[in-house]
Ligand binder design. Structure first.
Ligand code: SF4
Length: 500
């Protein structure tokens, strides 16, 4: 019989019980954990263990077997000592607990730590499910769980000097929610065991709890679907949710063709379905394009930032998970028909890049000029954060924010739509469809860095490089970011062309 652990039990909350079957029977298709993030998570765990509440706790070594860890946990708790890296085992059930406090007479209190900076509804529910499972196993072993809490990162913690573990974390008492969920554990475990130990392939199709947008087993689970179907369509935010797709699927509306006739869908969604079902020429609302272009003025700037997001704040005046700008690319055209010019900034790793970046940006973008970005929430967010950190540059940075126009808006609002966008307005999707035969706009032709998360990883790795290797990586980052703003220039020119 396969054993069950917190990860497997929680997986049902993240995906579905059916996912467990696939996980056991097929090669696991889950995403690889980014080694950089894995290292940061280890540091969060180490800091959580040093939280003052856990002073005097016994630390059980992670490298030991489950059986050894369980024996050590049990022994310490029975002696009245709290345990870090605790482990419980009962029949086919195993679980790990970040910290367990020992009260008198077999009473215990559970803590798990998470790298999140918010405990939003879904995350909180998943944490509670995990704690309910742990409580169930602890009960089976004769422990009485007095309560349970989640330790997570304090989004408002502003680093000043050495990182303070006391200020870095906040504790949410979730005892009442967990107590309610413990009642469901038995039934959930039966269903999990049935799926995990079954030798029969489950029928294709999606179960009621399916969260297919996040499921790595989508290809194994999906029945035969027609070409151009509703599951191909991915919209930003929650405009076409997994729940809605499953509703349509269960009503027999699966192809984009059928969905394009569905009056239950908003007009823009029907338009997307129509363009995906039929290889129609691009839909362009020329009035909307004209209106959009009328909001722009020369000199015109095209800006893009690259960022890192350290889980534990790396610099003073920054918060957990805050996005820290280390690079920008800036194309600009001074007057109508004028020459395209370019400026850029890329920090050397090692110290806080923000001050120098802001100073250079304020030199490069004069006040009162129009700046185009792609997805304004990102650039505006970073500029506002940096304006709060540097009061002397505040007015200039805020002025840039006030004059930003978002080039993505037209594509997000489906005023310009091509077959193949599949609902997306991402520049990586839009660009090749607008310029299918231009290799200079193809991110695949870049050396080394092709997307934002690669840029993040390369910049972080640069801290341990020097000489030629460092310069090569700098070159790759500069080329990547430059293409981001050059792509915006080309899209802008295309818009001018379609209304001419
Ligand atoms: S696609 Fe949905 S039903 Fe299938 S395994 Fe994934 S979450 Fe479960």
């Amino acid at each position: 019989m396969n054993s069950i652990n917190n990860y497997i039990y929680s997986e049902c909350a993240v995906n579905s019980k059916k996912a467990l079957y696939f996980k056991n029977k097929h090669e696991y298709l889950a995403r690889d954990i980014d080694p950089l993030k894995a290292e940061e998570y280890r540091e969060v765990r180490a800091r959580a263990n040093k939280f003052s509440l856990f002073n005097g706790f016994k630390t059980v070594e992670n490298s030991k077997s489950i059986q050894e860890r369980f024996a050590e946990t049990n022994e310490a708790l029975r002696e009245g000592t709290g345990v870090i890296n605790a482990c419980f085992k009962f029949e086919d059930l195993e679980c790990e607990v970040s910290q367990v406090m020992s009260n008198e007479n077999h009473h215990i209190y559970l803590y798990i730590d998470k790298v999140n900076t918010k405990l939003e509804k879904e995350t909180r529910k998943n944490c509670c499910r995990e704690l309910a499972y742990i409580s169930y196993v602890a009960n089976k072993l004769g422990y009485i769980v007095d309560g349970s809490s989640v330790l997570y990162l304090n989004k408002d913690y502003n680093r000043s000097g050495d990182v303070s573990n006391e200020e870095l974390f906040v504790i949410a008492d979730v005892s009442a929610e967990v107590r309610e969920m413990v009642e469901d554990v038995e039934d959930n475990l039966d269903a999990i065991r049935a799926y995990m130990n079954s030798s029969e392939e489950p029928e294709s199709g999606f179960c009621a709890e399916c969260k297919l947008d996040r499921c790595p087993f989508w290809s194994l689970c999906s029945p035969e679907l027609p070409e151009h179907n509703i599951f191909d369509i991915h919209l930003k935010g929650s405009r076409f949710t997994c729940k809605k797709k499953l509703e349509l699927y269960n009503a027999g509306i699966i192809s984009c063709e059928d969905a394009s006739e569905c009056t239950d869908l908003k007009e823009y969604l029907r338009l997307i379905m129509k363009y995906e079902a039929n290889d129609l020429p691009a839909y362009i609302d020329r009035d909307a394009v004209r209106e959009f272009l009328a909001t722009l003025s020369y000199p015109l700037y095209f800006l893009d930032f690259e960022t890192i997001a350290p889980v534990i704040p790396k610099y003073d005046n920054s918060h957990p998970n805050e996005k820290i700008c280390f690079q920008y690319s800036l194309h600009y055209i001074e007057e109508e028909g004028g020459e395209l010019k370019h400026k850029e900034y890329l920090a050397y790793p090692g110290s806080d890049p923000r001050r120098e970046l802001c100073e250079r940006l304020c030199e490069d973008i004069p006040m009162g000029v129009c700046t185009l970005v792609y997805n304004d929430l990102f650039e505006k967010g970073r500029l506002n954060e940096m304006a709060a950190v540097y009061p002397d540059l505040h007015d200039h940075l805020k002025d840039i924010v006030d004059n930003i126009v978002d080039l993505e808006d037209l594509f997000e609002d489906k005023k310009y739509y091509c077959h193949g966008m599949n609902g997306s307005s991402s520049i990586k999707v839009v660009l090749p469809l607008l310029f299918p035969d231009d290799p200079s706009l193809d991110y695949h032709n870049l050396e080394g860095v092709h997307k934002g998360d690669e840029a993040m990883a390369v910049f972080a790795a640069m801290e341990h490089m020097n000489g030629e290797e460092l310069e090569q990586k700098r070159h790759e980052l500069l080329e990547y970011c430059k293409l981001d703003t050059f792509a915006m220039v080309k899209i802008y020119e295309k818009l001018l062309e379609v209304i001419s």
